[in-house]
Design a protein around this ligand. Structure first.
Ligand code: TXA
Ligand code: MG
Length: 355
């Protein structure tokens, strides 16, 4: 189905004090079946009334998203979780107290009142309370649970600025609320808490260590860090099986000891240059000067791993716009927030070279 043409209202909103007049216009659009893109602390989201099957269906059309990939239901307050989830065990409760609002999504036993468009027919529901004043003001005004994926075209990097949303979804959504760049830069951590031990389905803004410190244990689902080959062909989170964030030209990711990775990338650059190809390199700030023969886009500093998360998606969009023939990406470690960064890079890459 092709997306219906919409008149997209693009609106700046203050993070410090979301203007009541603007929120007062956006809330009813959302409640009454429209599509509103909004900022969160992780990435921008594209929201629809989660109880309105038709509106949720329009999200899939606007993004060109596969129908078997369920959506996260966004709430304003913790008490509202019982409107969409059936049971909350002790583990889930502890995680909610620690990280809601925050970059955490909990997969819980779902209520049957939710449209199949939200849950993709699963008997669970993914729930999150974002830590962002504009998102929370919008949800309060809308007065409904809000189903929202990231506000990008399916397959493209998630949007970390309002301009990214406009680039992908102009004419496809009713309203875009722009509050400037986000703070975290990668999506929320998706954790299945239907059992006693929390299972990370997608690494994100809350790290495995933070979860372990809160509830005493944590497991990483097979394939959850972009290593498809360990997933035995059946990812636990439906979103994990689709290729994500991918630039439009081939991208090779080189991971391992930095000095070796740099040498491998330099060798690739020489080989491609000899064939007359234009090469782009996605690089941490620290090694950027080593790739003098290529078009280099930095994605943050290794001294500050949070900056790598913040810069990643912008850098992927930028390098894709340079018109190079091939992209080589230098990987980083996989501790803490770096795990989420590496997951996204692995899923964006056509080939992962481990050295
Ligand atoms: O930070 C975020 O999580 C952003 C902002 C907008 O909140 N949202 C986001 O949504 O990244 P999306 O749709 O791009 O990713 C949602 C992920 C997908 O991998 C999906 O498969 C998984 O959550 N998911 C949703 N419901 C699920 C469920 N019931 N069981 C397992 N995985 C689920
Ligand atoms: Mg997404």
């Amino acid at each position: 189905m092709t997306a219906k043409q919409r008149n997209t209202v693009y609106q700046h909103v203050s993070v410090a004090g979301p203007e009541p007049e603007i929120i007062g216009r956006a809330g009813p659009v959302l409640r009454e079946g429209g599509l509103v893109a909004f900022p969160t602390e992780t990435v921008y989201g594209l929201g629809a009334n989660a109880l309105d099957a038709g509106a949720v269906g329009e999200i899939f059309t606007a993004k060109n998203r596969p129908a078997d990939n369920p959506l996260i239901v966004h709430l304003e307050r913790k008490e509202q979780v019982y409107n969409v989830a059936l049971k909350i065990n002790r583990t889930a409760e502890k995680l909610m107290s620690a990280f809601c609002p925050g970059p955490l999504t909990l997969v819980l036993p779902g209520r049957s009142n939710l449209p199949v468009e939200v849950t993709a027919g699963l008997n669970t529901v993914a729930v999150r309370i974002p830590d962002h004043p504009v998102a929370l003001a919008l949800f309060r005004e809308a007065g409904v649970p809000v189903a929202a994926p990231s506000a990008n075209l399916s397959g493209r990097p998630s949007p970390t600025t309002g301009e990214h949303v406009l680039e992908d979804l102009k004419g496809k959504v009713d309203m875009i609320l722009d509050s400037g760049p986000v703070g975290v830069g990668v999506e929320s951590t998706v954790v299945d808490v239907t059992g006693d031990i929390p299972l990370i389905l997608r690494p994100g803004g809350v790290t495995p260590r933070q979860i372990e410190e809160t509830v005493g244990s944590v497991e990483l689902a097979p394939g959850a860090a972009g290593n498809y080959e360990c997933a035995g062909g059946k990812p636990l989170s439906p979103g994990l099986k689709h290729k994500h964030y991918a630039p439009s030209v081939p991208m090779f990711l080189v991971e391992g000891i930095t000095e070796n990775a740099v040498k491998v990338i330099m060798k690739f650059i020489c080989e491609y240059k000899e064939k007359g190809k234009d090469v782009g390199v996605l690089s941490p700030e620290e090694s950027a000067h080593r790739y003098s023969n290529a078009k280099v886009v930095e994605y943050g500093s290794k001294k500050d791993p949070a900056s790598m998360a913040v810069g990643l998606y912008s850098a992927l969009r930028e390098i894709d716009s340079l018109g190079v023939d091939i992209i080589l990406a230098e990987g980083i470690g996989s501790e803490e927030i770096e795990l989420a960064v590496m997951d996204r890079l692995r899923r964006a890459a056509d080939k992962v070279i481990k050295i």
